[in-house]
Design a protein around this ligand. Sequence first.
Ligand code: KIV
Ligand code: ZN
Length: 390
Amino acid sequence: MLHDPNHLYIFDTTLRDGEQVPGCQLTTSEKIEIGIELERLGVDIVEAGFPVSSPGDFQSVVELSKNLNDVIICALTRANENDIKVAAESLKFAKRGRIHTGIGSSDMHIKYKFNSTREEILERAVAAVKYAKSFVEDVEFYAEDAGRADNEYLAKMIEAVISAGATVVNIPDTNGYCLPEQYADKIRFLKENVKNIDNAIISVHCHNDMGLATANSIAGVKAGARQVECTINGIGERAGNTSLEEVAMILQVHHNSFDGLKTNINSKLFTAISRQVSMMMDMPVQPNKAIVGKNAFAHSSGIHQDGFLKHRENYEIIKPEDVGLDEAGIILTARSGRHAIKYHLQRLGYNLERSDLDSLYTKFLDLADGKKEITDQDLINLAQNTTIKV
Ligand code: KIV
Ligand code: ZN
């Protein structure tokens, strides 16, 4: 696969690793609503589900494939033919489909999860990639628990799967085990020791068991990875995954430290999508969560308030409006006019034609008559129904 060396690919797995969390399950139509917002946010790849796991997950991948046009749709599998065949079937409507297959790579997983040997696992990894390749051009391979895997063996596995056709190689720190320098050393080791590494993109996929998921992902990017797997609000198994909004803002604030690496992310949509995901998944965001927590831009101590009032940048490294936090305090009610609605729609990334705005306004008044206040989510729903003909 040809790729732009200055682009950092954002692979969103909110709808797969995030949705696996107990209590976070979504209906297919909720997944489509989030998928549409992820596409508007500017992610490159949406991991839409694990199709063999349930008929609902299969259907979600089918529907997301039909409804999203500008992103790669990815489907997860284990390293066996049935999973891969089902994933390929679920992707048949995708404009660009990717199969994400893989197997454990640490001795712990090889022995206690698969009751197998390094040699046998390597053969299964290669066979899975070759089989996936018979359906789609774009095949991503994950070496599960790579964080704890022996680097020499991992390098052998990665070289073999790239030779078999993998276009992206995912090096997951499945258990959130690594320190940032250990994880960076692993990525660097692969770059230096896998002969065909330039034929694939290295992807980082980190879990947050010790609060290091974002730090490890960033360390991996600095060592040469060019795809980050992450979720909105950092939701995911156990303590979660790398948070998408944290990675994107780190790149934005520290752009000089990343040799011109760029993403397509529109950070102004973060607050709205964070609230949407939190509400639909019934998963509150911790108040002190970086970027999207309720307190992320609140200054409470006297010393900080005094310094902030003298000059915002004394205590503000990111402007709240850059992540879509509304500072104007314009509240939408049944008495609001078109200007206020237009202001909020623009803040949420919707620039509607006059006629669409008029038709949305009528629906807005109907809704606002029965509610005290209209939320961002209400507006997004109105805008999607007005502008997107699905
Ligand atoms: O954490 C992990 O290893 C995963 C893989 C299935 C990619 O989620
Ligand atoms: Zn994971």
